[in-house]
Ligand binder design. Structure first.
Ligand code: ATP
Ligand code: FE
Length: 368
């Protein structure tokens, strides 16, 4: 069995062909990051236009990289939810045209489900397992019980941690810092934090009194923003110059983020074990998303995993961020399970908003 996966939910046009054994036969990706960096964020019509310009070529490249003729495909799997409407639309209409032409089944994919299942491509991981997704666009804790069976334990009530770190990095003008100019916001913060003292600023972690697994990062962003404004006054520098206390601020925001994420994850593990939803003695905790590449945050999660007899697993960095391989693999998983394979695509729509699985986050809070 061979599945072509197509991803256009945000700002990456990606495609890949994966077989039943999890071999990646071909892949291609076009990232729009450079364009969006210049505008200080994603402008949806611009993203849409770039997807349109690149999708044909990217799909073609993923097929030819594996010397695969479209006729050999068992199905086409494409992200249809959640994501930017204009971006999702490009991938969906391209895919529908393709499956109609080839007379192949179509497998609509939930982007978060694909992120969550990626670990089963790289490691032998059985259900159930706990997943923490932390990136620029996502922040959630979910229990994966089956290919299409998830319990949502918690999510961010405002922005995602990567988004917050990017905003702090921008506010600190780290793009002008000689050591961090080529790095993403989160990576620049991690780099600079190594030179700082995390205790220099005393910041309390968000939502300390909320006994659930939800997250919040916009409050923290505002606290940091105030500190930066204060320091700019003290040091008598203009906006855009780099503070002498930038490293301490980076260390503080990274530490606070790590504490917050670790606390919520700890609570989720305890909840699942209490309800016998996870194995008591050797449960698996999967951490994915761009922010998962932060070694300080990962260390905090390792401590939580050790304390709760869990094994911490992360997909390789390339598979932690958006890619076509995870979509194709999700297609393979669904083919094997016989779930959501469409032979008739009449009436299929994309859905910009769509939570992953059954939301039990309220129950988690009440149980504590
Ligand atoms: P998605 O749609 O999956 O959320 P995204 O582009 O928003 O995609 P990713 O590509 O998964 O997110 O990751 C990018 C985010 O990860 C950025 O916000 C970036 O700052 C953050 N990031 C990258 N490296 C690190 C790091 N070392 N530490 C912390 N954050 C990081
Ligand atoms: Fe994603």
């Amino acid at each position: 069995k061979l599945v072509l996966g197509i991803e256009t939910s945000c700002d990456d046009t990606a495609a890949a062909v994966v077989d039943e054994a999890g071999n990646v036969l071909g892949e291609a990706i076009h990232s729009q990051t450079e364009v969006h960096l210049k505008t200080g964020g994603i402008i949806p019509p611009v993203a849409q236009q770039l997807h349109r310009e690149n999708i044909q070529r990217i799909v073609q490249e993923s097929l030819s990289a594996g010397r695969i003729s479209p006729r050999e495909l068992s199905a086409v799997a494409t992200t249809v939810k959640p994501g930017l409407a204009l971006s999702l639309g490009v991938g969906l209409s391209f895919s529908l045209q393709l499956v109609n032409q080839l007379k192949k089944p179509f497998i609509p994919i939930h982007h978060m489900e694909a992120h969550a299942l990626t670990i089963r491509l790289t490691n032998k991981v059985e259900f159930p397992f706990l997943v923490l997704l932390i990136s620029g666009g996502h922040c959630l804790l979910a229990l994966a019980r089956g290919v299409s069976d998830f319990l949502l334990l918690g999510k961010s009530l405002d922005i995602a941690p990567g988004d917050m770190l990017d905003k702090v990095a921008r506010r600190l003008s780290l793009i002008r810092h000689p050591e961090c100019s080529a790095m993403s916001g989160g990576k620049a913060i991690e780099h600079l934090a190594k030179q700082g003292n995390r205790f220099h600023f005393d910041i309390s972690p968000p939502m300390q009194h909320a006994k659930n697994c939800d997250f919040s990062f916009s409050g923290l962003q505002h606290v940091i923003d105030k500190i930066i404004t204060q320091k700019e006054k003290e040091e008598g520098i203009e906006k855009g110059q780099i503070l002498s206390s930038a490293a301490d601020i980076a260390a503080a925001v990274q530490h606070t983020t790590a504490c917050h994420v670790a606390k919520r994850t700890h609570r989720a593990i305890l909840f699942c074990k209490q309800r016998d939803l996870l194995c008591q003695s050797n449960a698996v905790l999967v951490v994915s998303g761009g922010v998962a590449s932060n070694l300080y945050i990962r260390r905090a999660l390792e401590i939580v995993a050790d304390a709760t007899q869990c094994t911490l697993l992360c997909p390789p960095p390339k598979l932690c961020t958006d890619n076509g391989i995870m979509i194709a693999w999700n297609g393979i998983e669904r083919l094997r399970a016989g779930l959501g394979i469409l032979h008739d695509v009449e009436g299929i729509r994309y859905e910009p908003k769509c939570p992953l699985g059954v939301d039990i986050s309220k129950e988690v809070g009440e149980a504590a």
